[in-house]
Design a protein. Structure first.
Length: 135
């Protein structure tokens, strides 16, 4: 699997925690430990943990979400906050967002919010991953 251990999560320069990740090209969301996810939404106006377990979050539609930065050794992986929206943000009411608690206690997923923003190359010959912003 395409994974990385010891990923450091940040929001606005604030360290949120450390968790392992797996790159999931078919997954609609990005996930992390419950502590990291709660720290991410802390301070986001109107953010709501729908079931109280971190598995589903909403924010008022149009809320500007902070970027999520992950440090993978010397590499930076940045997911712009708007990529976490699931659908139209121009509507009124609450919108579902796709940064949620991971059920695995060991590693989270990096899914569509990352892949929608970046061109990613999985080099199987030397087991490396490279990415860059889409034009």
């Amino acid at each position: 699997s395409w994974s990385y251990s010891g990923v450091e999560y940040f929001k606005d320069g604030q360290h949120l925690g450390t968790f392992d990740i797996v790159f999931d090209t078919g997954g609609p969301s990005t996930s992390a430990s419950i502590d990291i996810v709660r720290a991410y939404y802390d301070g986001v106006p109107g953010a709501r943990d729908v079931y109280g377990d971190g598995s589903s979050w909403t924010v008022p539609c149009g809320t500007q979400l902070p970027d999520l930065t992950m440090h993978l050794g010397d590499a930076l992986l940045i997911i712009p906050g708007f990529r976490f929206y699931n659908g139209n943000t121009a509507t009124s009411g609450d919108c579902t967002v796709w940064f949620v608690k991971e059920n695995s206690p060991h590693r989270g997923l990096v899914g569509n919010p990352f892949f929608a923003e970046h061109v990613v190359i999985f080099n199987q010959q030397d087991s490396t991953i490279h990415w860059g912003n889409q034009a």
